[in-house]
Every structure is written in structure tokens, then in C-alpha cells.
Design a protein around this ligand. Structure first.
Ligand code: DGJ
Length: 736
């Protein structure tokens, strides 16, 4: 039976109209059409009992759901071969000869798998969220896969994952176990991918996909995104721009090794297979055990990249990021002010400076712990989480009190997954360390990774956080760092080394879950020597992430720009530091585009610098709601213009803020043309006023002038950025 034969006969609709959202299956005699629909898009699946099950459409949804049944006639292909190329979850070892989503070795040693449609179910979680599950079974072996599609209607986002299970007589080896398998039809496919390194995160690269497989992956174990994150974009037919084009954003919600295969097949379709990287990780599945993959996340926009990122950002704030719609703390961090060199007196001064600056919290960074091997540099002490008696004779609790006395909060840095060989932890528990028993140790930043697959190590790591809070209930913030990748992957605890990478991540998530059960709302920053670790599985437990150790503001404009495609501004910790050549105003203006913090020596600021910072922090506090919870529009790209512009508007379109930066130092570089604003109401009137003026300087803008939204969006507004005004921030307020 050919699945794409036009179906005749009785077609009936089963439609559930629930609170404005429609979940529909269209069933004919032979086949069921199952659309996964969101506000604007659809992924359409054709299923037939006991037969192959295929994706027949992905893109902007049709107005009339009945027409999905006509799709098969629209795409004429060699029918015999299309069935498995467009499979919803491609098995291997039977009729499929393309890249599989799943490969198994059955209990009897047989390597073949065939997955046929059995049934599906759609559940409405609430007025916005639905979950479709599709059960697939092998007709020969007692082996099944359930595919899950969790769709967020308003945000146009889908999370897809799989559950794998069997009832065979003995264990089955999962050689490959993807989260999702998509199939897309277009004339051409343009991949926007990212690569990076320490201080060079999120470097974009766009190229046309050619036939064959392009793989994005990581095998680093921890800090998995250091060289390449799993986030990517695929434009269909031509590269999408900010405002135009069909574009899919994808990302794996996983903090460990990942693998995303993008295969342009022999019939010019794009197959995307995304999941945990099966590198060195065949998984032994016991009868009755369920293997649940992480979710692969995607959103599609037919209105370009800007729309796709706003969809993703609202989804993240509403559903993923911890306290995504809530508040955040501005802070002063001491890392670059002191590095490891501090004592109680110095910290007491910094705490006073925190108050003087006008931020909410003082964050004590690396170097506060370890006694036998004091943490005076990065070669010793990691793992020994007792206060260093020389530096802090009165402990953390006295610092917390000092902060309270100054009316500010106190936060602390930890790197709980790691150990220096020069530490008591290493001496006492060599079996807790990830290393090959018979090989020489190999270090990354002089450290090794703890074996989180071991429940005792999980207890230890949980205990670090729990002890800090038990002893210091007023502690208000944690910066959780992770500065090493995994070399010599081996666990002294695990019997099956092939499970190591997976069990490490399970261990990490167990710890984070336990922390969040006891401390549900304390803000935590996800840091990994920069942005080597951010992803949406981790962000369920964290309120923010550290994009990069590179805080040179010019570099940051580019790095933050690229992160902004995938992560909301409220999650991006941006600190003003002494990196770079730009003046303090420029550095502060750039850091204000996300969650503002400082890492400078406040006592060395001139009176004007301090005044500027205090006023900028006050402006930030009045605008933070717009920056953190508003819609973001990238107006002018730093890659293409002398002046980069980015704006935020609140949901009511009453208030906005626009950041403009000179990113070229060529002669005469500056804003020659007005920048067209976005997201305003054309019929309303807005007043513009420049903020963050350095003391003694004046705005050259016509401050206070009223403009219609129509004017600002069609003609635009010139921020008059030039070498004398290298960064300009202005706010927009509706005239009521
Ligand atoms: C790497 C982080 O990215 C820095 O901000 C700082 O916390 C250091 N680690 C401390 O060792």
C-alpha cells in the first residue's frame, strides 16, 4: 500500500474546539492525517494503521485543515522511496537506507528495526499547550517508541521527544536514540550555525546545505557548547532576513553531548535528526525500562528571524527559564576587581561600594575557600568548600551580615562539579574523579571533573549548595561555574562505561532538581567560563547565564546580538568591566541590553564616572521591565552597519528603549540615516528622550519632540551616533 495515494471515500473530521484552540485529526478509510498545529504553523503527519508513518508537511499552516489530505498530490515523488525518507522517526536495519533516528541491537543480536503506526492521542494541557503522542511498534519484535510533540500555540513553539521501551527477553542495545526527526520540503536550505571558543562565543556562519549530511555536534561532556552550541537556524529557499523569509530555529534541550544531522536527501528534502550524541554511548535498555530522550525544540516563522526569536523569547520567559517573567538583581562582582587576592577588609570595602554604586547585590567570586591547599590561584583548592581561614576568618556569615548592614544582598560563586588534583577532596576521594584508571591524567584549567553518575558525588555536590544556604539563610544568589570539559571519560562507579555521558547528565539534573525543590526561587547564574553551557534544559534551573568572559563592549555587541536570537534579554548577565577601550558610558550602555551587573573597582571611579553609573542604574531600574519582559527588535545589525541598533518595547506598546552603538572606527562612521523603529502603534504619539548622558555632556537629539508611531516606524529616528557620541540610548514614551 502506497501511503501517498490520494484517499477516496469517507473523510470525516474529528474536531475538538477547546478554549479557542483546535486539535484535529482527519481520518479517511485508510489514513489519518495528524496536524501538530500552533497559531501560525503546522507539522502534518500521515499515518495508516500498521504502516509507515510520515511527515507530509512542515511550515505555515493552511487555513482549511481538510486540504492537508491534498498535500500528497502536491509533492510528486518516487513513491516507493519516500515512505522512509520522510518517516516521523526513521528506524534502521530494515528498509531504510538513509540516516536513521534510531538504531538498535535486539536481545537476540538482530540489528533490524521497523516502526509502524499503532495509535495517537492528543491531550490539551491548558488553553495554550497540547501534547500529541504517537505510538509506534515493531511488527516483529516487542519494541516500541512513543513520540511526543508538546506544542505551545501562541508562541508557535514545539518541543519534541521520544520514549523508547521494549518487552524482549533480555537487554536491547540502543545504538542511536534521537529526540526528533523532521522532514522539510523547499528549493534550498540555508544553515545558520555557530562556533566559538573561550571569549569567542556565538560566532555565526551561514551556508547553503548541499546534498549529504552536515553534522553539528559536541563530544565535550561538560561545557558542551564551548566549540559549538546546538542552536541553529534553517532558512528555506533563500537566507531569511530579520523581517522576511521562512526560517526554522532549532535547539536541543540538553547540557551534554549532542548531535544534529542535517541531511539533504536524494529527493532534495531536508531531514533533521537531533538528539543526544551517541558517540561512545550505546545504551543498554532493560526489558520494561523506559529511555526518555531530551526535547528538541523548534519554532518556525514565515516572517523572518526577528519574529522567530520573539516567539522563542516569549516561550522561554513563559515556560522554561526559571522565573522568566519575574525580577532580577543588579550586582557588583569582585572577579576582575580582585581575582583571587582579597581578604575580609577588602571585601567589606567592596560591599560598601556595592551600596555606593546603587546595585542590589555583592557577588563574591572564586578564591574564598580551601585551607590545606588554599585557592589562591586556579591550580589548587577546587573541591574544598570550606571558607579559607586566612582570607575569611569570620566566614561567609560575617560577609552576609556586612552586606545586610549596608542594605545590599550577598551572593557567592561555586564550581561544584570540579576538583583540582591539589585538594583534600581529591586526596580523600580519588574514586569520585573522572579519569582513566590506567592513563596519565589530563587537565583543563588545572582541574578534573567529578563523577556525577555516582550518587555519593551527587549528594556531595547538592551538599555544597545546601550547606551554604543552611549556614547562611540570607544568601541571595549563586554563580554556578563549570570550567572544564571531560577528558579521559571513565567512571569508577559505573559498571557500563558506555552509559557514562548520559549518567553524568542525569546526575547533574538530579542535583539541580533537588536544589530547586528545596530552594525554588533563589537566583542562580549558569556560567561556564563564559557561555560554554547555556541551553534550555539547564535554564529550567537558572535565572540567567553568563554569555562570555569577553566583556569588551565592542565584542559583546556581537556576542549578545547572536545570543538574542535564542535567549531573552532577562537571561543574559551583562557586566560592565575594564575590558576594551571604550569609555565607561559605552560599556554601561552595552551591559544594559540584558541583566545589568558591574565588575569594576568602584573606589577608583572618578566622581563623574560614579555619578554616571548611579544615574544609569536608576534609569535601568525604571526601564528594566521593558528590557526584561518586553519584545525585542534588532533594528540594525553590527555585522552590516557602522551603527548597531536594538530596541525593546513593552507589551502595551507604551514604552520602549533603543540602544545604538558605533561599531566601526573608520573616518566619518556614524548614523547617516534614521533608524526605523519597530513594534510601536502607528496611531499613537511618542516622546523621545536620550538617557545615560555622561555628566557634563548634552544630547544633540530633539529631546521631548513628539512623533507618531507611524513616523518613527516608516521614516525613523536618527540617534546621531558618531565618534563623539559612540553610544546613544534613548527611551520612548507614549504621550497620554
Ligand atoms: C570563569 C568565569 O567565567 C569568571 O567569570 C570567573 O568566575 C572565573 N571563572 C573564576 O574562576
Amino acid at each position: 500500500m502506497k501511503l501517498n495515494k490520494t484517499t477516496a471515500g469517507n473523510i470525516f473530521l474529528f474536531a475538538a474546539f477547546l478554549m479557542g484552540q483546535v486539535i484535529i485529526s482527519v481520518t479517511s478509510f485508510a489514513q489519518t492525517i495528524i496536524p501538530v498545529q500552533t497559531q501560525h504553523n503546522a507539522l502534518v503527519i500521515a499515518a495508516e494503521k500498521d504502516k509507515d508513518i510520515r511527515i507530509i508537511f512542515f511550515g505555515k499552516k493552511l487555513a482549511d485543515i481538510n486540504e492537508y489530505k491534498l498535500l500528497q498530490g502536491a509533492y510528486k515523488q518516487t513513491e516507493e522511496y519516500t515512505g522512509l525518507a520522510s518517516s516521523v522517526y526513521t528506524p534502521s536495519g530494515s528498509r531504510n537506507l538513509l540516516e536513521p533516528a534510531i538504531t538498535v541491537t535486539h536481545a537476540d543480536g538482530n540489528n533490524s528495526l521497523d516502526l509502524r503506526y499503532v495509535s495517537h492521542r492528543q491531550i490539551k494541557v491548558d488553553d495554550n499547550v497540547s501534547i500529541l503522542s504517537i505510538l509506534l511498534k515493531d511488527p516483529v519484535y516487542d519494541f516500541q517508541v512513543t513520540l511526543f510533540y508538546k506544542s505551545y500555540f501562541r508562541e508557535d513553539v514545539v518541543e519534541q521527544w521520544s520514549e523508547i521501551k521494549h518487552g524482549e527477553k533480555d537487554k536491547v542495545i540502543l545504538q542511536k536514540y534521537a529526540s526528533a526527526n523532521l522532514h522539510i520540503k523547499a528549493k534550498s536550505y540555508w544553515l545558520n550555525q555557530y562556533h566559538g571558543d573561550w571569549a569567542k562565543e556565538m560566532q555565526p556562519e551561514e551556508s547553503r546545505l548541499t546534498h549529504g549530511i552536515k553534522t553539528l555536534d559536541s563530544k565535550l561532556g561538560t561545557r558542551a557548547n564551548l566549540f559549538q552550541p546546538s542552536v541553529f537556524m534553517i532558512s528555506l529557499d533563500k537566507p531569511a532576513t530579520e523581517e522576511e523569509g521562512n526560517v526554522l530555529y532549532g535547539a536541543l534541550e540538553y547540557s551534554g553531548n549532542f548531535k544534529i544531522d542535517l541531511e539533504v536527501d536524494y529527493q532534495d528534502n531536508l531531514r533533521i535528526i537531533a538528539g543526544i550524541n551517541n558517540y561512545a554511548s550505546p545504551y543498554t535498555l532493560k526489558p520494561g525500562e523506559t529511555f526518555t530522550t531530551p526535547a528538541f525544540l523548534y519554532t518556525f516563522s514565515d516572517k523572518g528571524k526577528g519574529n522567530a526569536s520573539r516567539q522563542l523569547q516569549s516561550w522561554a520567559r513563559n515556560y522554561k527559564l526559571l522565573n522568566g517573567n519575574g525580577d532580577r538583581l543588579t550586582l557588583l562582582n569582585n572577579w576582575e576587581a580582585t581575582y583571587f587576592d582579597f581578604n575580609e577588609t577588602k571585601l567589606a570595602e567592596l560591599i560598601k561600594d556595592t551600596k555606593k554604586l546603587g546595585v542590589d547585590l555583592f557577588l563574591l567570586d572564586d578564591g574564598w575557600f580551601a585551607n590545606k591547599y588554599p585557592r589562591n590561584d586556579d591550580r589548587a583548592g577546587l573541591g574544598d568548600w570550606q571558607e579559607n581561614r586566612k582570607k575569611l576568618p569570620d566566614g561567609i556569615s560575617s560577609l552576609v551580615k556586612e552586606a545586610q548592614g549596608n542594605g545590599v544582598k550577598f551572593g557567592i560563586w561555586i564550581e561544584p562539579e570540579m576538583v583540582n588534583p591539589k585538594s583534600e577532596l581529591y586526596e580523600n576521594h580519588p574514586d569520585w574523579v573522572v579519569k582513566q584508571p590506567a592513563r596519565e591524567e589530563h587537565y583543563f584549567r588545572n582541574q578534573l571533573v567529578l563523577d556525577l553518575s555516582n550518587p555519593k558525588v551527587q549528594d556531595f555536590v547538592y551538599g555544597i549548595v545546601d550547606n551554604l544556604f543552611t549556614k547562611n539563610p540570607e544568601l541571595s544568589y549563586i554563580k554556578w561555574d563549570c570550567n572544564a570539559v571531560i577528558y579521559n571519560a571513565h567512571s569508577a562507579y559505573l559498571k557500563n562505561q558506555s552509559h557514562f555521558y548520559i549518567e553524568y547528565m542525569r546526575g547533574l539534573y538530579n542535583v539541580l532538581k533537588r536544589i530547586r525543590t528545596k530552594y525554588p526561587s533563589v537566583p542562580m547564574m549558569l556560567c561556564s567560563g563564559g557561555g560554554g553551557r547555556v541551553d534550555y534544559a539547564a535554564l529550567q534551573y537558572f535565572t540567567e547565564f553568563w554569555p562570555s568572559d569577553n566583556t569588551d563592549p565592542l565584542e559583546r555587541i556581537f556576542i549578545q546580538w547572536e545570543y538574542s536570537y535564542f535567549y531573552p534579554a532577562i537571561s543574559s548577565s551583562n557586566h560592565v568591566t575594564d575590558w576594551g577601550k571604550q569609555p565607561l558610558k559605552f560599556r554601561t550602555d552595552v551591559a544594559m541590553m540584558g541583566k545589568l551587573g558591574f565588575d569594576i573597582v568602584v573606589s577608583k571611579l572618578s566622581a563623574n564616572d560614579l555619578r554616571f553609573c548611579r544615574e544609569a542604574i536608576a534609569s535601568y531600574k525604571s526601564l528594566k521591565d521593558v528590557i526584561w519582559h518586553g519584545d525585542q527588535y534588532r533594528l540594525a545589525s553590527p555585522w552590516e552597519n557602522d551603527v548597531a541598533s536594538l530596541m525593546y518595547v513593552n507589551a502595551e506598546r507604551r514604552r520602549g528603549v533603543v540602544f545604538n552603538y558605533l561599531v566601526s572606527n573608520r573616518y566619518g562612521a556614524g548614523s547617516k540615516l534614521p533608524v526605523k523603529l519597530k513594534g510601536l502603534d502607528p496611531l499613537r504619539k511618542y516622546r523621545i528622550s536620550e538617557i545615560n548622558l555622561y555628566p557634563g555632556t548634552y544630547s544633540s537629539l530633539e529631546n521631548g519632540q513628539l512623533y507618531s508611531g507611524d513616523f518613527l516606524m516608516n521614516v525613523g529616528f536618527n540617534p546621531q551616533v558618531n565618534s563623539g557620541r559612540a553610544s546613544v540610548v534613548f527611551q520612548i514614551d507614549e504621550e497620554l
